[in-house]
Design a protein around this ligand. Sequence first.
Ligand code: ZN
Length: 165
Amino acid sequence: MNTTTNITDADIWATLESVKDPEIPVLSVVDMGIITAVSHEGGDTATVTMTPTFVGCPAIHTMKKDIHDAVAAMGFSSVEVIVDMDTAWTSDRMKPEAKAKLEKFGIAPPPVSDGELTAEMLDRVRCPHCGSTDTTLRSTFGSTLCRAIRFCFSCKQGFEQFKPL
Ligand SMILES: [Zn+2]
């Protein structure tokens, strides 16, 4: 019996909401805008397409496996996770509510860059602790390649910034 007959693409999207970014556990891979397409064409095989996010972000391997396992757990006998190298992930793909979650988590979200990053944008990063933009870059690389370390002059605390891309 085919147990996946009644599964819709929306169900797959809902399942993917439970797959968290391994580096930012408050965000799902859907929040991040990493998933570009899902399909299963009524069969027993599901296909999930994702962007490679940051080149060099080691999390992609973990993410790919987590996505595979979550969708396979829905009952599909075969799950294909395709990394679409042609679609570049930019921080603009991140949902607005994801940026809010990120700030709550203590990481400054990337600004909306609209494809173009200005020096002012890179400089005026809002502190997730107190909201001041009187901050400065301390280190280009934080705990991961995707993050930078900044320091806030207002509350004298360091914080991580998700680099805009
Ligand atoms: Zn602050």
